[in-house]
Design a protein around this ligand. Structure first.
Ligand code: ATP
Ligand code: MG
Length: 365
């Protein structure tokens, strides 16, 4: 069976590494000529996501289609929804919602979940008074990642200044959000199977540096009741989308209340710990789910830490990783990217254990 995936970055690479030993051939599609996925054996099509002709040719080569990247143009997702060449998991509708912050937060509200207060800012709505207390975070409506396209606005003067250059084109759109002064960020990684069963290890706790995920701690150090509530909310979200595959759901935790921030319709950076948690990885579970397998029954994840390795001081990080790898509880996952730019995710390291046991060098990576 041939699995086709739109996107060819590190998530596709790690999916491919799980798909091959399960007997699948892995095909990736993206405009990137030096893709991490191809470096581990994916057969790559290099073409734009906008080209329906190329997408159709790609679909004719594979038996099933999935995603490792959510910012696929909406017309392409609509085409994928209509075509009858292959089955697509997760449903393209999930990506259409996830890639538009207004649709996404409105969907959360419809499901009855708590979110930050928000306002859809367009040229047309820019004269309306926004009934949200300062401070705000203004996010571009689409295509944001790692905090890119976000600005903090503290008062009316800053907002007025922002509005002056906010609409370089008619189509510029934003979401204004109330800042949640959270105590913790957590996420839920879950995999939903064709029969509706869900595999989920519970919440993982996440720390960001300069808006980029830095450290994940599994299990999250939160009360059991909140953990169950987060699992329930994420499961309800997955069900509402008739989701099949792995997804990541991000929450803020403030005063023992969960605020749903966003979800990613694909395996998620905060789920990388699953590769070394001594149970099933999020990529393995994704491949099993989209290919129609039943969920595993014996699921026993152990405490695990994940630290991202960025391009900032890559050579030093590799030296530290070498040192840590003398201890067999550490695992290094590098993405074989061409150049190490600051802020670029180059790899990550997992530690099979908890914060009290980890070598302090781990935090220097
Ligand atoms: P990523 O790709 O890292 O998930 P993103 O660019 O899609 O990020 P968000 O996840 O919404 O955007 O925001 C990135 C980070 O900014 C959050 O993890 C959180 O630390 C902070 N942040 C975002 N929205 C809020 C908010 N309303 N209140 C407080 N902090 C926020
Ligand atoms: Mg996020």
């Amino acid at each position: 069976m041939k699995i086709g995936v739109l996107g060819s970055g590190q998530l596709g690479q790690m999916m491919c590494l799980e798909a091959i030993p399960l007997g699948y051939e892995f095909y990736s599609y993206s405009p990137d000529p030096h893709s991490p996925s191809e470096k581990v054996g994916a057969k790559g099509t290099i073409a734009p996501y906008e080209s329906k002709k190329e997408i159709k040719t790609f679909l004719e080569q594979v038996d099933i289609l999935s995603f490792e990247f959510e910012n696929i143009p909406k017309p392409t997702l609509e085409y994928l929804n209509e075509q009858t060449i292959v089955n697509v998991f997760p449903p393209p509708k999930a990506l259409i919602i996830a890639q538009d912050r207004f649709l996404e937060k409105s969907h959360f509200r419809k499901l009855g979940f708590r979110t930050a207060e928000f306002f859809h800012l367009t040229k047309k709505t820019s004269h309306i008074e926004v009934a949200i207390e300062f401070p705000w975070i203004i996010k571009t409506l689409r295509f944001g990642y790692d905090g890119k396209g976000q600005v903090k606005i503290k008062n009316k003067t800053e907002y007025d200044a922002f509005l002056i250059s906010a609409f370089p084109s008619e189509s510029s759109e934003y979401l204004i959000e109330e800042v949640i002064p959270f105590q913790k960020e957590i996420s839920i990684i879950l995999t939903r199977f064709h029969n509706g069963d869900i595999v989920c290890y519970g919440a993982v706790e996440n720390e960001h540096k300069d808006h980029i995920l830095d450290l994940s701690i599994f299990p999250a150090r939160i009360p059991v009741s909140l953990n169950l509530e987060a699992i329930e909310m994420a499961s309800k979200l997955a069900e509402s989308l008739q989701y099949v595959g792995t997804m990541g759901v991000e929450f803020f935790l403030k005063d023992n209340l969960l605020y749903l921030n966003e979800f990613a319709p694909r395996p998620h950076n905060t789920g990388h710990y699953t590769q070394d948690c001594q149970s099933f990885s999020q990529f393995y579970l994704h491949v099993q789910a989209i290919t129609g397998k039943l969920p595993p029954t014996d699921v026993r994840p152990k405490p695990t830490l994940m630290k991202n390795i960025l391009g900032n001081s890559y050579q030093e990080s590799l030296k530290i990783a070498d040192e840590l790898l003398k201890d067999d509880r550490y695992r290094l996952h590098l993405y074989a990217k061409e150049d190490a730019k600051p802020g670029r995710k180059m790899g990550h390291m997992n530690f099979k254990g908890n914060l009290e046991e980890v070598n302090p060098l781990f935090h220097e990576l």
